[in-house]
Design a protein around this ligand. Structure first.
Ligand code: HEC
Length: 108
């Protein structure tokens, strides 16, 4: 009986693996949006607020925003990181991308 159960469990594996693989293709899937949100508050928002007022989020929501794809978003995060003296790690950029994409850009 025990043996039957484990055989069944193995047989079911590919069913779970398929949706996981699909998710892995999403932009910034390696990033943690929660960590990104915190980083954004600490490192990024002030400069954007200085230019756009409010909480600075207008920079992401204005009609003529520049970023139009996930790769452009990654590029812009790197550019802005360089203005901060490049002290964020690549995984921080992934976290920031996950946060900004989830909250504002919603690229698939
Ligand atoms: C020293 C100031 C400064 C800092 C710090 C800064 N930014 Fe920016 N950021 C800008 C400016 C200026 C623009 C607008 C560029 C333009 O419109 O040509 C911008 C634009 C952006 C955009 C594109 C918005 C659009 O139009 O779609 C993103 C995304 C962005 N920043 C992310 C970040 C992130 C993430 C950080 C923190 C790591 C950060 N920025 C830190 C100045 C800054």
């Amino acid at each position: 009986m025990k043996r039957t159960a484990s055989v069944l469990a193995l047989a079911a594996l590919p069913l779970f693996a398929a949706p996981l693989a699909a998710q892995a293709a999403a932009p910034f899937h390696k990033g943690d949006a929660k960590v990104g949100e915190k980083l954004h508050k600490e490192q990024c928002a002030a400069c954007h607020v200085g230019r756009f007022g409010g909480d600075g989020s207008k920079i992401y929501t204005r009609a003529d925003r520049r970023v139009k794809s996930a790769s452009a978003l990654a590029q812009q995060i790197t550019t802005c990181n360089s203005m901060l003296g490049n002290h964020l790690f690549p995984e921080d950029e992934q976290n920031l991308g996950a946060y900004l994409n989830k909250t504002y850009y919603k690229f698939k």
